[in-house]
Write a protein that binds this ligand. Structure first.
Ligand SMILES: [Ca+2]
Ligand SMILES: [Ca+2]
Length: 265
């Protein structure tokens, strides 16, 4: 074979080997990606509402990653049990991150046996790919508990609350605000705190206290190394308003919170 032809054949063979090698590499990486996806273990981000009411049976949503399908949900407490009602993939609202708020959810029926409020209960999701790390539940409240009631989007629609009081609520949509009102009969120092991100919520709370004229008394975005808010303030007698919103104006199904107001802590 002429030398020039031999070089051309060798070049073609080399190109063929390189192409085969590239395709094998791509196929291997695709298989690895599929295997990695299949092997993703379930993880829980949050419960919605953030706290489980102390009633004999109630329904909650558990949001997280790789929760669909679920085989069962285990409880660490003999006083609490769970029944899986449904499992599904769910959309991530615009501007929010699936890595933070999850993209799958379970609907659970929670049963709490009579005999007091169980403490330190956790739930563990069991799926075909593994078990989630235990997720600590907030159950009941040490303070009188109410749910946030829409519409409560401004001073005119403020939801009245007492001191002390716990509110389990949710910022339902982008740019939504939850506004509460309370009265102080005598000068008093109060602490107002939001539990949200510390329990997995996507909410980055922003908390503001206004007096009856709408003048800001105190405002807090982040407190003590979390994105949750906390205000302690001394108040004279009068009517006050609390507004709670997301610092980035986000809202939706992954923005539950608990608001607690009580004498200064
Ligand atoms: Ca609202
Ligand atoms: Ca914040």
């Amino acid at each position: 074979m002429p030398k020039g032809r031999l070089l051309a054949v060798n070049h073609q063979a080399w190109c063929l080997l390189a192409t085969i090698s590239l395709l094998v590499g791509i196929a291997a990486r695709a298989q690895d990606a599929v295997a990695e996806k299949k092997a993703e273990s379930p993880r829980v981000a949050m419960c919605v509402p953030l706290a489980v009411p102390v009633t004999p049976t109630t329904k909650i949503v558990v949001r997280g990653w790789a929760l669909n399908p679920a085989i069962e949900v285990r409880s660490s407490s003999p006083q609490v049990s769970f029944k899986v009602l449904s499992a599904a993939s769910v959309p991530v609202p615009n501007g929010q991150d699936a890595k933070q708020i999850g993209d799958t959810q379970l609907e659970l029926e929670v049963t709490i046996v009579a005999g007091g409020e169980p403490c330190d209960a956790t739930l563990t999701v069991v799926s075909p790919t593994g078990e989630s790390p235990p997720h600590k539940l907030l159950i009941g409240s040490g303070h009188p508990l109410v749910a946030d009631s829409e519409p409560n989007d401004g001073f005119q629609q403020a939801q009245p609350i007492q001191i002390p009081q716990a509110v389990d609520g949710q910022i339902h949509g982008d740019r939504n605000v939850d506004v509460f009102s309370f009265d102080i009969a005598d000068p008093q120092s109060v602490t107002i705190e939001v539990l949200a991100r510390r329990h997995g919520s996507g909410l980055d709370s922003l908390l503001t206290v206004f007096d009856h004229r709408g003048k800001i008394v105190s405002v807090n975005d982040d407190h003590a190394g979390t994105t949750d808010s906390r205000i302690t303030t001394e108040l004279v007698a009068g009517k006050y308003f609390i507004s709670l919103q997301d610092a980035h104006d986000h809202g939706g199904p992954a923005q539950p919170y608990r608001l607690v107001i009580q004498p200064m802590q």
